[in-house]
Every structure is written in C-alpha cells, then in structure tokens.
Design a protein around this ligand. Sequence first.
Ligand SMILES: N[C@@H](CCC(=O)N[C@@H](CS)C(=O)NCC(=O)O)C(=O)O
Length: 200
Amino acid sequence: MSMKLWYSPASPFVRKVLVFAHETGVADSIELVPGNVWEPDTGITRDNPLGKVPALATPDGVFAGSYLCCEYLDTLHAGPRLIPQDGPERWPVLQLHAFADGIIEATVARVIEQVRRPKEYIYQGTLDRQSAKIVQTLDRIAPMTPTQIINIATITLGCALGYLDFRAPQLAWREGRGALSQWYETFSARKSMQATLPHV
Ligand SMILES: N[C@@H](CCC(=O)N[C@@H](CS)C(=O)NCC(=O)O)C(=O)O
C-alpha cells in the first residue's frame, strides 16, 4: 500500500506519526509531501481543509491529525497494537498520551506567539500561560515515568520532550526530573527517534 504524508520537518505532531510508522514497520510505504503550512498555495488544503500537518492520504481516505493517522497506521501491521484497544493498559496509555500531546500543543502555541506574530503583538502573558501548562504537566508526568515500552503514549512523550529541547530549551525540563530525563536519554536513542530528528 502506498500513502502520502503531508509533513513539515520541524513539526512534533508529524514526528509522532513518523516515529509510529517506523516502530510499526510501515514507514517505507509512506511518501513525504512537504507542506509549509505558513505559505499560501502549498496544496495541503486540498487534502486537509484545516491547513495543518500531519495529514495522511491513504487508499481508505485522508486522515487529518496525528492521533487519527497513528490509529490508521496501527491497523496496517501484524505486531502488537501501539494503541491498546482494550485491557487494563488502555486508559492509562490514552491518559499519558493526552498529557504528552498537550505539552506539544502548549509548546507549539509558544512558538507561534514568538515566531509568527509581529514583535509588537507578542504577549508575555500568553507565553507565561503556555509555559505554566508545560511545567505543570511535566510535574504530573514525571512521577509516573514510563518504562521503555513502545506505545502511542511513550512515542508522543518522546516527541514532546524532543520538541522542548528543540524550541524551548530555556524551560530546562530536565531540572529536578532525573527519572524522566534518564528515560528520555534511552528512548531518544531509538532508531525511530534518530531517523526523525526535527530541523528547520
Ligand atoms: N491536533 C493536531 C495539531 C496539528 C498542528 O497543530 N500542526 C501544526 C504544525 S506543528 C500546523 O500545521 N499548524 C498550522 C496552523 O495552525 O495553521 C494533530 O494532532 O496533528
């Protein structure tokens, strides 16, 4: 099967889908289509009217949003599901995924405030508000640092922490979070993470 992924090399949501694709062994079936969402006429709105990456065009239709892309990819391989369909692990995995995804959202919101607005409109209150969400959520996650298991939650957490290093190093997320930091050290060395490092 061949699929097309609208992507940007700096997007943590795209990275999440790519890491998921590597871990499930379907990455070779995906062709990357660069879509600079900030430029007019990149064509992405033909597939995703929201004008956002990631969007995955497949023989079964176009799927917009990182979670839905991953959910679709999870049906294409024979290994254990990375999004547990049932069993006691389902809700904790989905909860950790939601927290990690929220860290990405807040970090992206900070970047937009800093980079996409005219300087005179940058509002420190928004930056502080998003930073607080990131810090509070990291503090909630840190005591429940996961094992090196691969699933939608750990993949998203790895991408969230990598994005903090990339876009908000001044938040120094490792400070006071030794276990989480050690977890990331090991997790980020995985081939899937190394093959998808963010860049501009
Ligand atoms: N909830 C979406 C968020 C996707 C998203 O916000 N993508 C950003 C790039 S990191 C984007 O395309 N932004 C363009 C815009 O907001 O117009 C997901 O999980 O994929």
